[in-house]
Design a protein around this ligand. Structure first.
Ligand code: FES
Length: 75
């Protein structure tokens, strides 16, 4: 699905009819942590370490977005 720049990844997931467990929805608890299979996340959370951010294989979708045109998640 096409995702506009004004919504979070979690909002896009919900618009697509899927769901991810969430709690704070402010990027601080880590409940919604989701594996990334393809693409580069735009990390906007306070959960991941610098190492996890640079690895790019997971993201916190309640606040994060995408740096690229295609982001594939393991839901
Ligand atoms: Fe808490 Fe996403 S729901 S970090």
């Amino acid at each position: 699905m096409t995702v506009t720049s004004d919504i979070t990844v979690l909002q896009a997931i919900r618009q697509a009819g899927a769901e991810v467990l969430s709690s704070c929805e402010q990027g601080i608890c880590g409940t919604c942590l989701t594996p990334v299979l393809e693409g580069t996340p735009d990390h906007r959370d306070s959960v991941l370490t610098d190492h996890e951010r640079s690895a790019g294989n997971c993201l916190v979708p309640c606040v994060s977005r995408s740096c690229c045109d295609r982001l594939v998640l393991d839901l």
